[in-house]
Design a protein around this ligand. Structure first.
Ligand SMILES: Cc1cc2nc3c(=O)[nH]c(=O)nc-3n(C[C@H](O)[C@H](O)[C@H](O)COP(=O)(O)OP(=O)(O)OC[C@H]3O[C@@H](n4cnc5c(N)ncnc54)[C@H](O)[C@@H]3O)c2cc1C
Length: 404
């Protein structure tokens, strides 16, 4: 069964006016590093390897930025999918706090990249709200607040007393408000523009080029494409998102389907403090953001991975729940739904990604930004792997290693 799926009409590609196309690989090539996968992770890996002066090529079996990247809501936050109190069931507090810092580092790094390469992608910094309307969850959020505060994050605890300073139209029993705790962008625009930037710097980009098998040797790897070309390289970076069956049978994550709807533009919203990024403290959680043209994206209502034949009836139910939730949070607004889509989402037990060399095949390296912070994890992963190639071992690789 194909376990990687994007269904519906994603919003983000519609914002692009011109889409660059890249040619299929039609000869044998030899490079130091091949990045397999032309999503946001593949683009980031190619960027950091190129920055280190390493010869790198990117291959994509379809068109770039059409996989999971095309439906990422792109909330770029330091907090993880679950709260610290829940994560402590699978991990220890110092590791969890390191993971928060790791994500924060990813956001700083991404901000610097966008500036340095001058990538047009609608990037905007935001405050973030994590909240609950359930009294029974207040302890979890109080603890979350205390740990974050202690770690030096700029946070405020929301309760009946402090809430009066914030403008929210929906019931909040308690919450953690992070000042400048996140950002948003258009992930498709970012990926396309980063790939164009790389191509302009002579990094070869190949679309419609599928890797179908490979042979692993001590010092090199030979990859074969579906149209019978071969690529010889020293290292392969697996940036194939949720579709890794060609390279490993290891089960890194549990697959879910996550649902998004995007409204028509809503110009004025009362009760959305500072257009912050919003997440609920629920399982599965709901997440919300605005877009540049004043739409609202609301996502969540995750189900275990839904195969194709069951999809449409389940999806319509989940979209309806999201629409109802949005009306209940902002009763004054009126809107229609312009876009609805869903896709595979991979969740790991410690909310951390898998980044690093394969356990057996030392020339196959993974950059799998699993979890809700996939983008920021991929930023860090791409940088760490490019440094590793040069012999620098980042301390953070222990957080993301494949044998944990
Ligand atoms: C609904 C939803 C909401 C999300 N929201 C957020 C969010 O708010 N913030 C966040 O950080 N993350 C979010 N994510 C996660 C985010 O989408 C992923 O972390 C990210 O897009 C993964 O990018 P990628 O490049 O690794 O994978 P992809 O974009 O899937 O790219 C992988 C590429 O590899 C190619 N490929 C696969 N096999 C081969 C092969 N054999 N040969 C050549 N090419 C191949 C595929 O065609 C594909 O284009 C969300 C995910 C979903 C589903």
């Amino acid at each position: 069964m194909k376990n990687f799926i994007v269904r519906g009409t994603p919003y983000f590609p519609q914002e692009l006016k011109n889409i660059n196309k890249y040619k299929k690989l039609d000869n044998d090539i030899n490079v130091d590093v091949v990045v397999v996968g032309g999503g946001i992770t593949g683009a980031l890996c190619s960027y950091y390897f190129n920055k280190e002066g390493i010869s790198v090529a990117l291959v994509e079996k379809e068109n770039v930025a059409t996989g999971s990247t095309s439906i990422s809501t792109s909330l770029l936050q330091y907090e993880l999918d679950e709260q610290i109190a829940d994560l402590e069931k699978n991990s220890d507090l110092p590791t969890i706090l390191k993971a928060y810092k790791f994500s924060e580092k990813g956001l700083k790094e991404l901000t610097a990249l966008i500036k340095e390469a001058n990538i047009d992608c609608n990037f905007k910094k935001h405050d973030c709200l994590l909240y609950t309307d359930d009294k029974n969850k207040s302890d979890i959020l109080q603890y979350e607040y205390e740990q974050r505060k202690h770690e030096g994050f700029n946070v405020k605890f929301l309760d009946k007393n402090t809430l009066k300073d914030f403008k929210f139209s929906f019931p909040i029993e308690s919450g953690v408000y992070s000042y400048n705790g996140g950002a948003e962008f258009n992930p498709v625009k970012f990926t396309h523009n980063l790939i164009k930037y790389l191509n302009d710097k002579d990094v070869p980009i190949y679309e419609n080029t599928e890797i179908i098998d490979y042979s692993h040797f001590d010092d090199y790897v030979i990859l074969n494409t579906s149209n019978n070309q071969s690529i010889t390289c020293k290292k392969v970076i697996v940036a194939t998102g949720y579709d890794i069956s060609l390279f490993t049978s290891k089960k890194f994550a549990t697959m879910y389907t996550s649902y998004n709807i995007v409204t028509t533009p809503v110009d004025k919203i009362n009760g959305w403090n500072n257009n912050c990024l919003i997440k609920t403290c629920e399982n599965p959680y709901t997440y919300l953001r605005r877009t540049l043209d004043n739409r609202i994206i609301i996502g969540g209502e995750d189900t275990r991975f839904i195969p194709e034949f069951l999809e449409s009836s389940v999806a319509e139910m989940q979209y309806k729940k999201l629409k109802d939730k949005l009306y209940s949070m902002f009763p004054d607004i009126s809107f229609d739904i312009d876009y609805k889509y869903n896709g595979t989402f991979a969740s790991t037990s410690d909310n951390l990604p898998f980044i690093g060399p394969d356990i057996k095949n030392k020339n196959i390296w993974y950059c799998l930004g699993y979890g809700a912070n996939g983008t920021l994890f991929s930023v860090n992963g791409a940088k760490m792997l490019s440094k590793l190639y040069k012999g620098e071992v980042s301390e953070d690789l222990s957080l993301t290693s494949l044998d944990r």
